[in-house]
Design a protein around this ligand. Structure first.
Ligand SMILES: NC(=O)C1=CN([C@@H]2O[C@H](COP(=O)(O)OP(=O)(O)OC[C@H]3O[C@@H](n4cnc5c(N)ncnc54)[C@H](OP(=O)(O)O)[C@@H]3O)[C@@H](O)[C@H]2O)C=CC1
Ligand SMILES: O=C(CO)COP(=O)(O)O
Length: 335
């Protein structure tokens, strides 16, 4: 008889806990929380009230605050802490991680100090491990409610993605595979910034035509930067590109979109983040994306306006006026 595969998920926020719930239906799953009281609540009461209200988690899902023990048991490690916490978490975990187990990222940001993608940070902290990601249009609350969704596991080696697929799949959660890790990861990173713009636009009371403009020109920015960095263009019309962009720009539950809506009400970025009380990766990633785009000679006007709102005190209305003043060229050119 073969031994079951043990999966450990690091980070007990809304998405880490949701993914752990999904996986626990397929294989033994352990969720690590940096707070002992949260681990205790998940194990004994099957709730994570801070992030998921009174939603009942599977009884089979165990949680712990012991990082060394959590990673030492893992045959597959999933990193679900927000981007800015990945390095510190994995540096502490590294001595206890078993050799060469696959590691998947759930994060959708860039590390501020280095502009690195989460999978690159993971590879630096855990050298030699196969590293990939799980991404797609996956608003946690909908998945917890059992609404159908799909995601992509991207790893450079297609056999590894295929071997991980059944651990994350369910009747209502379809998991595809892709070898374009760069394209899949960039789609998730950049859509958060475009979603802040979409939230600002809707908060200002624009029409559906304007929202569609933000989404489609946002996709053009994502694709331009992705191509300049070497991603596969086909990836951006898939689940991790257009799919995640649509979900995040449209869902009233998206935290990035909600930040944009709060900004449109006249709140400062600090107030908008405070009101949210959860991570909105686009806020800390906008500046890094703009710098990366400039480094690659790529125009990203929507990301630039969002960066100016997040980091330079520009208002949502000023950002909107800045964008409509842009002179349009060919649809396939910048701007
Ligand atoms: N929620 C969603 O629908 C989806 C989210 N994602 C991505 O998943 C990642 C995680 O997001 P999500 O779970 O939603 O975030 P949340 O804001 O819901 O939760 C963040 C979790 O990470 C913990 N945390 C924060 N900083 C650190 C740190 N430095 N070290 C260890 N733990 C830390 C928090 O702990 P504490 O409570 O103690 O602060 C909390 O448990 C993000 O990159 C997000 O973009 C991807 C797809 C869907
Ligand atoms: O990544 C997500 C959906 O795929 C979640 O988006 P938010 O972080 O904006 O809630």
């Amino acid at each position: 008889m073969t031994r079951p595969i043990n999966v450990t998920i690091l980070g007990s926020g809304s998405w880490g806990t949701t993914v752990a719930s999904l996986v626990s239906g397929n294989t033994p799953t352990l969720l690590w929380s940096r707070r002992a009281e949260v681990a205790e609540e998940i194990t004994s009461r099957q709730t994570n009230s801070r992030y998921l209200g009174d939603h009942r988690l599977p009884a089979s899902l165990a949680a712990t605050a012991d990082l060394a023990d959590a990673v030492a048991r893992a045959d597959v490690l999933v990193v679900g802490v927000p981007t800015q916490g990945i390095r510190e978490t994995l540096e502490a975990a590294a001595p206890h991680v078993r050799p060469w187990i696959p590691v998947l990222s759930l994060a959708k940001g860039l590390e501020q100090s280095t502009r690195m993608r989460p999978t690159d940070v993971i590879s630096e902290c855990l050298p030699g491990h196969p590293v990939g990601l799980l991404a797609g249009p996956n608003i946690a609350g909908e998945i917890l409610e059992g609404k159908a969704a799909a995601a992509v596991i991207a790893t450079p080696d297609p056999d590894i993605a295929a071997s991980l697929q059944p651990l994350f799949s369910s009747v209502r959660f379809r998991v595809y595979t892709n070898t374009d890790v760069l394209g899949c990861e960039l789609g998730g990173v950049l859509k958060n910034i475009v979603a802040i713009a979409a939230g600002m636009a809707d908060g200002l009371g624009v029409g559906v035509n304007t929202s569609a403009l933000v989404i489609s020109r946002g996709l053009a920015e994502i694709t331009r930067l992705g191509l300049a960095m070497g991603a596969d263009p086909a990836t951006f019309s898939g689940l991790t590109g257009l799919g995640d962009l649509i979900a995040t720009c449209m869902s009233p539950r998206s935290r990035n979109r909600r930040v944009g809506e709060e900004l449109a009400k006249g709140r400062t970025i600090e107030e908008a983040v405070e009101v949210l009380g959860q991570v909105a990766e686009g806020v800390k990633t906008a500046r890094s994306v703009v710098e990366l785009a400039h480094e690659h000679g790529v125009d990203v006007p929507i990301c630039e306006e969002v960066d100016a709102v997040c980091n330079e005190g520009r208002t949502a209305l000023q950002a909107y006026r800045g964008l409509v003043r842009l002179r349009p060229g060919s649809e396939h050119d910048a701007g």
